[in-house]
Design a binder for this molecule. Structure first.
Ligand code: TRP
Length: 336
């Protein structure tokens, strides 16, 4: 059975953009394939500490796992959840891979360049981030790693590291599929980017200071509705899906489609030509607030105990697999 593996960092509460653009598509993919694939969902908590964490990391981690469950992740014997730092083989393999990766290829990573830009002293973890990520993937022979476009470069790096290792030490790792084929497998438009409500040219981001720019998953439904009603639109006065000329309106159509699970083409056809933007906003505000209400109700029903129980099972499973692969690697390089 092939493996699908993915993770979301838990540095803070997620935005509606993270939910609609990342979490929900991943949950759908996992549910769709949970009979014919192994599905590993984990929280990369070691990746979290490369930068400041809002609040308590352990609590954030449990909350992020609850998000997965509240978003509808179906668990069965093929689907497992775990925390990266509870599987020490991740760090151990990271070190071994460090000794095969080059400064050149790691320095080329866009995320590293962006995160280190303007920092007087950038921590080594920011630089090493993709190598730990490669370890996360290669330990489980994962072939499919559903992620957004901004992470594609890391997947390509993982492939290169795996191929180089296999050439030198023998066939130890399964090489993940190319990002172009990952996209086909996901069957979702990875270009989906929920935009900032006030500045729709930009992506909705949790780090934006202006409250009205973003909807957080813990916003009350009323607050979220107000933010939609105050979203920036344009002065063209006619609804059309056109991200370039009408990014605000297009963003609202996109949100409506994702929140109500109706194809974008249908939503667009329905609203096309509408001249009263207020009507569209009202509908989207209702859809978003009712989605949030349902989501928050489901979230409140999941207890910490339930999550810890799933983690106990998931981490036992993950440690068994990861330790077996690590031993193979240690033997290949001559440590065992
Ligand atoms: N880099 C991913 C992100 O920022 C998180 C992550 C870390 C990850 N390791 C991973 C995702 C391994 C998939 C597989 O979203």
């Amino acid at each position: 059975m092939k493996t699908i593996l993915t993770g979301i960092r838990s540095n803070s509460v997620l935005t509606l953009g993270n939910y609609l653009g990342a979490l929900l598509p991943m949950v759908r993919l996992a549910n769709e394939h949970s009979k014919d694939f192994k599905v590993n969902i984990f929280v990369p908590d070691l990746h979290s500490i490369i930068s400041e964490v809002d609040g308590d990391l352990r609590e954030n981690t449990i909350r992020t796992l609850k998000y997965w469950l509240a978003a509808g992740l179906n668990l069965n014997e093929n689907v497992h959840i775990y925390r990266q730092s509870y599987v020490p083989a991740h760090s151990e393999l990271c070190w071994i891979l460090n000794c095969t990766a080059t400064m050149g290829e790691t320095s080329r990573m866009i995320q590293y360049k962006e995160k280190s830009k303007g920092q007087e002293s950038c921590n080594v973890g920011i630089f090493d981030y993709p190598i730990l990520m490669a370890a996360d993937i290669l330990l489980y022979d994962a072939e499919y790693i559903p992620l957004g476009e901004d992470q594609f470069q890391h997947i390509e790096l993982t492939r290169n590291i795996a191929m180089r290792f296999n050439n030198k030490f023998g066939e130890v790792f399964t090489v993940p599929v190319k990002t172009s084929d990952q996209v086909k497998f996901m069957e979702v438009d990875t270009a989906i980017r929920i935009r900032d409500l006030l500045n729709p040219e930009k992506k909705m981001s949790k780090s934006t200071v202006a409250e009205g720019s973003k909807i957080m998953l813990d916003d009350t439904p009323e607050k979220a509705a107000k933010k939609i009603m105050s979203a920036t639109t344009d002065s063209l006065g006619k609804v059309k899906f056109d991200m370039f000329n009408q990014p605000g309106i297009s963003n609202l159509l996109q949100i409506e489609a994702l929140v109500t699970d109706v194809p974008l083409s249908e939503v667009t056809a329905k609203w096309n030509g509408e001249t009263r933007y207020g009507e569209l906003k009202k509908k989207v505000a209702e859809s978003v607030s009712s989605m949030l209400k349902d989501f928050q109700t489901r979230l409140a029903e999941i207890s910490d105990d339930e999550v810890y129980k799933l983690l106990e099972e998931g981490e036992k499973y993950a440690n068994e697999l990861a330790n077996a692969k690590l031993l193979e690697v240690q033997k290949a390089v001559g440590l065992r």
